[in-house]
Design a protein around this ligand. Structure first.
Ligand code: OXD
Ligand code: MN
Length: 595
């Protein structure tokens, strides 16, 4: 039995996992500095982690995964609810009995000759009424060291659970043989359980993140009256010192981390505006005592995509990675043991090791069309490193949310910004979220992928029931509900170039959103929602963007939207009986407004 907790539910489950995996050694992670330092040194000694330049990148480590193990694997990710209809048409499903029967032999004895680490962790600030406890057992030091950054890890998490509660998420991970053919990322929502095997890559193995904080938590939220969403959280401080908080959901690779850490344009900073980051990926939302919706970031760090991050695109993210950070699958500069990735700067290191471990001449390698860092290479950085981390980051009660923003990457259809007519219509707006693939990514431009609320790969139950839960939450919140908006930074001109500058200038759109929440600016009613008057988007100090450009960015092409409505109808068919009537009513109402 553990010295860290007397909780019989934890101890019984851990005993079962030990009996199944048969490790040579068991280590309970207390989270102490001495223990973590020991594990770091052990990982450096075995070569699992590489120590980086202690002066330039103090406390930073490097790790490389196998080339077959570099991303989340949606086709091998399962929601194993007892009834298939509870997983819904957007998830892979398997009967839980069948899945346990299939995986149990794979875990049997898998840790022979290895150490099992038992990681207690809290998603959310310890002691927060919104926080939840998880325990992950793993045979990977890399997982332990990442969880130490991404969660509140260690003995305190057990204190939060107490001696009797059964309310913790049981996560079992083994890298096994890292065999992609036998890779499974499985959620059993009804059992509070996650089983992950044959991967050692972040999103598949840091079980607190996507598996727990989104897939399991979305299911818990439905049953317990709260919401787990794929959303950033940021605070906008106005010159009078008042801070308004918003959340935003965008599909992966649409700039959530950049928006979460944006630096406002000079005209705003001079007037005293400031942006504070609460979270860059996940929000847990629950009505507070005053009836408003409050959000916490359940994570304690950022697991960000490295390529594209630089001083201009995201100064604050880059600054967050300058100490106590783990880099995965980026390139190494062997001259000074620092790291490099595409678009960090224009100078790939000459004496480089590319992400697979081959020593190369960086400039020549890049000139030949190769990538030094894997496109999905990552940094795992402590939130406390972020220069603009919100003073409310650890507030156990979370921050009150004024607006919820949805968005995607659309070349023509969606305008720069619009506001939904009300919560129900806003739920509809979230449900029809979509992104178009870009030429850079696939070659086929403009293929629409629907990604409702950016939750397509992360909703732990039937998407139709999920929308019903959104509608239900709207009823509970009533007139205290946040206002719902949609943004699109990615409209293109006839040459296919982006019209809107994006990045820090997105502040100009946030400014209008906040004014709408405060009721200090009018809007124009269009068939799809309320839009700004073009002159109400501040373009002062922008190069080449006038109020006329804004008018163009706000234009709604009825023919494109009629096509869009057809696409939505097609998409909605998937959900059959489970599509809430309110959603099909909203679609009909949109069609009527477009006619
Ligand atoms: C992520 C993702 O890693 O959404 O955050 O894929
Ligand atoms: Mn994400």
């Amino acid at each position: 039995m553990s010295t860290l907790t007397k909780n019989p539910n934890v101890n019984k489950w851990v005993d079962e996992m030990i009996a199944l995996c048969k490790p040579d050694k068991v280590v309970w992670i207390d989270g102490s500095k001495a223990q973590l330092d020991g594990l770091r040194n052990e990982a450096i000694a075995t070569g699992e982690m590489i120590k980086l330049n202690e002066e330039k990148l103090p406390g930073c480590l490097y790790h490389r995964t196998l080339p077959n193990d570099v991303a989340r694997v949606e086709d091998r990710t399962f929601i194993c609810s007892r009834k298939k209809e509870d997983a819904g048409p957007t998830n892979n499903w398997c009967d839980p009995k069948e899945m346990y029967a299939k995986l149990t032999p794979m875990y049997d004895g898998v840790m022979k000759g290895r150490t099992m680490y038992i990681i207690p962790y809290s998603m959310g600030p310890i002691g927060s009424p919104l926080a939840k406890v998880g325990v992950e057992v793993t045979d990977s030091i890399y997982v332990v060291l990442n969880m130490a950054i991404m969660t509140r890890m260690g003995a305190d998490a057990f204190k939060n659970l107490g001696d009797v509660s059964d309310d913790f998420v049981r996560g079992l991970h083994s890298k096994a043989d890292v065999d992609p053919e036998k890779r499974y990322i499985v959620q059993f929502p009804e059992d509070n359980t996650i089983w992950s095997i044959n991967s050692a890559y972040g999103g598949n193995v840091l079980l607190g993140k996507k598996c727990f904080a989104l897939r399991i938590a979305s299911y818990q939220g439905k049953n317990e009256g709260w919401m787990a969403e794929h959303m950033l959280i940021l605070g906008i401080e106005k010159p009078n010192g008042e801070i308004k908080y918003v959340t935003a959901a965008f599909p992966s690779a649409c700039g959530k981390t950049n928006l979460a850490m944006l630096i406002p344009p000079e005209g705003y900073t001079k007037r005293g505006y400031k942006v504070w980051t609460v979270g860059d990926d996940i929000a847990w939302l629950k009505p507070g005592e005053d009836g408003r919706l409050y959000a916490i970031n359940p994570e304690n760090g950022f697991f960000g995509v490295a390529p594209g991050t630089n001083e201009k695109s995201n100064y604050n993210a880059l600054a967050s990675t300058r100490k106590n950070t783990i880099f995965t699958n980026v390139a190494i500069n062997n001259d000074d043991m620092t790291v490099w990735w595409e678009k960090l700067d224009k100078n790939p290191p000459v004496n480089a090791t590319e992400w697979k471990g081959e020593k190369v001449n960086g400039p020549e390698y890049v000139a030949a069309g190769n990538k030094l860092a894997h496109p999905n290479s990552r940094f795992t950085a402590p939130a406390e490193n972020c220069p603009c981390i919100s003073p409310e980051f650890n507030n156990p009660n979370g921050v009150p949310i004024s607006a919820i923003i949805f968005g995607g990457r659309r070349a023509k259809t969606a305008p720069l910004v619009y506001q939904s007519f009300n919560w129900q219509h806003g739920t509809f707006v979230g449900s029809i979220m979509a992104s178009e693939t870009t030429a850079a990514a696939t070659g086929a431009v403009g293929v629409v992928r629907r990604d409702p609320m950016a939750m397509l790969p992360f909703c732990g139950y039937h998407m139709g029931d999920y929308w019903a839960h959104w509608l239900e939450m709207g009823k509970i919140l009533g007139d205290k509900a946040p206002k719902i908006f949609n943004v699109n930074w990615f409209r293109t001109d006839d040459n296919g170039d982006f019209i809107w500058p994006g990045y820090g200038d997105n502040m100009r759109v946030l400014d209008w959103i906040i004014d709408r929440c405060e009721g200090t600016v009018d809007a124009v009613e269009t068939p799809i929602g309320y839009e700004p008057k073009p002159e109400d988007i501040n373009v002062e100090g922008l190069d080449g963007i006038t109020t006329e450009t804004v008018a163009d960015l706000l234009s709604v092409d009825k023919n494109l939207w009629k096509e869009e409505a057809k696409g939505i109808e097609e998409f909605y068919k998937k959900f059959g009986e489970k599509l809430p009537k309110e959603m099909s009513d909203e679609l009909k109402a949109l069609e009527a407004r477009l006619a």
